[in-house]
Design a protein around this ligand. Sequence first.
Ligand code: GLY
Ligand code: MN
Ligand code: MN
Length: 475
Amino acid sequence: MNDKRHLSKNVQNKLNLNLPRNLTFDVPKKELGSRIVRLQSLLEPSDVLILFSSFPSNHPNAMYQRFRQNSDFFYLTGLDIYPAILVITINDVFLFYNEPDPEEELWTGVRPNHQEIKSYLGFITEIYPFNDFKEKIFHFLENKTQIYYPFGISEEYDHFILNQLEQRIRRGRALSYYPTRITHSYEILFELRIVKSPYEIETIKEIMKITKEAHINVWKNTQPGMYEYELHSILLKTFTKYNAQEAYPSIVASGSNACILHYTNNNSVIRPGELILIDAAASKYYLNTDITRTFPSNGKFNSIQRLIYNAVLEAQKKAIEYSKLGYCMEDSHFAAVDVIVDFLKEEHILKESKQEILEKELYKTYYMHRTGHWIGYDVHDRGFYISYGKFNQEKVCKNQFHKNHSIPYRRFEPNMICTVEPGLYFSPWLDTIPEEWKGIGIRIEDNVLITEDEPIVLSKEVPKSIEEIESIMKN
Ligand code: GLY
Ligand code: MN
Ligand code: MN
């Protein structure tokens, strides 16, 4: 189908452009309203926040691409409209966005018009045509002192804002001034997004059910001799069945492919007796899950696989224990490292003293990544790990496990969600390990909700003990 937009008036008249306006909005109105209230409570009267929608590129060879809204823009509007710009002050929310063109809608589907947006988002002060932004923005910036601005999304607007600002500050008239402070919008959005609302937590729990079903469907249908992409297709089929997507390119890594951390080729044949590491999860309503499980191709762990698997599982359980108030992500990481170092010493893979192993980070040959990250509207979600921003500098952790006491790590707070995902990777080319260990890569990843009390493993329904996995694969 050839995309011939902007047809002549003559042809337009022959088209029925009265499309049914069956729009649905996924994020509850109230939820968005309370996000805006939280945001405005962090703004000073002299601040202006600017956020851009995603600006999809018009690649000449691409027919069309799936649109992915900018997560900060979606967080505050629940809208996948573009191009659009939000301008927020302590009292107002302005949107720059064109009324949809009916002819365009015939090709791409109905998009919300100004009236529909205003009734969905009760907090919008005014919606202006997109192209008015360049003229109006300096009216909003007059007599303000600070802009929160999302550098790096649009070179055109970065240049425009900086250039215009410089000229206006320099020309400064007696009775008006312009912001001299430009702070990345991350500073404020990170802090908002790091703590999840009940809506976000419940939605992530719902999405987790899809992720669980996808992993279990794979376990039940795996046979040696299949290709990794065949297992990938089972994941995709399950996600699609629920109108969900992959949260990130799924990793289906059999045997030593599991030692390549971001392996996504998924094109090897699965051999009998190998482990398969699957890091795959569903995403829906722009929210994400992020789960890894490792299981044997023929349904039964051998004794070496069992030994290493249980060490990773023990490390993961210990890291989860430290995912609670009073600690920080760095503590949960070093809780996992502690178990892994003890294991590697016990098995004589590392022979140095524990102190030397930790100081020289010798464990990194086998465990080279971090144990966790925030998760939410982005898989690696926005949020500080160190307390250095205006809004979190008081939120420093007094901790147990982490190494460097001079770094002000951000402490855990209730309703944060993070991953806990330690692993051990014994690449075939290492000459420091027994032959039978070569090519074994294991990671176990769960998503954990920080609470006032003990952590809640949101993915606890996805089995991870050897007994449970073997039992499911047997049936
Ligand atoms: N799936 C990417 C990660 O685990 O961080
Ligand atoms: Mn993952
Ligand atoms: Mn992860």
